[in-house]
Design a protein around this ligand. Structure first.
Ligand SMILES: [Zn+2]
Length: 158
C-alpha cells in the first residue's frame, strides 16, 4: 500500500498499544496484512513510468505519509516511540527498494544466470515482500486502501 496508509495505521497501533515490544511487531505484521488486500500504490504499473519518476513519486508520498502520521499522533504517543512506529510501518518497503533501484528494469523481472550474490539477495527480499502483495488498479485500489485504513483507525481508536 501507499506509505501514507502504512504510517497512519502504524501511528494508530502505537497510540492504542503503549507497549513498544508488543506494538512494533504488530506494526510490522500490519504492513504485510495490509499489502495482502488488493490495492494501488506507486509500485503498481511502475514499468509504464521511468524509474526516476517512480522514485520521485515514492519519496514524495513517503515524506507526506511520515508528516501526516507524525502530526496526527505527536503528543498522543511518546516521540521516540512514534518515530520508531512510523519507521517500522514502512520498513518492509524500504528493504525491497534495492532490487528496484539497482537491478529491476522495464524488461527485467528476475536476476540473470550470472547475477551476483547481492543481486540475488535483493531479489529474495523483494520476493518475500511481494508474496503478500495483491494489486488492484486505480481508482478501485485507492478505495480498498481508504476502507482498510478507516477500518484500522476505527478499531484501534474505539
Ligand atoms: Zn509493502
Amino acid at each position: 500500500m501507499t506509505s501514507t496508509a502504512h504510517t497512519l495505521v502504524g501511528g494508530a497501533i502505537a497510540s492504542a498499544i503503549p507497549n513498544p515490544y508488543l506494538a512494533i511487531p504488530l506494526i510490522l505484521a500490519s504492513h504485510f496484512l495490509m499489502d495482502s488486500i488488493p490495492h494501488w500504490d506507486m509500485g503498481t504499473n511502475w514499468r509504464n513510468r521511468s524509474k526516476r519518476e517512480t522514485g520521485a513519486l515514492a519519496i514524495t508520498e513517503t515524506l507526506m505519509g511520515i508528516t501526516i502520521a507524525y502530526s496526527l499522533y505527536q503528543g498522543k504517543v511518546e516521540t521516540s516511540f512514534l518515530v520508531l512506529a512510523i519507521i517500522a510501518s514502512i520498513l518492509p518497503d524500504w528493504l525491497e527498494t534495492p532490487w528496484y533501484i539497482f537491478y529491476a528494469n522495464q524488461k527485467k523481472h528476475e536476476p540473470g544466470k550470472n547475477a551476483s550474490f547481492f543481486e540475488k539477495l535483493c531479489f529474495f527480499v523483494y520476493k518475500i515482500e511481494n508474496m503478500f502483495h495483491s494489486k488492484a488498479q486505480f481508482p478501485l485500489g485507492v478505495f480498498t486502501q481508504i476502507a482498510t485504513v478507516a477500518f484500522f483507525l476505527i478499531v484501534l481508536h474505539s
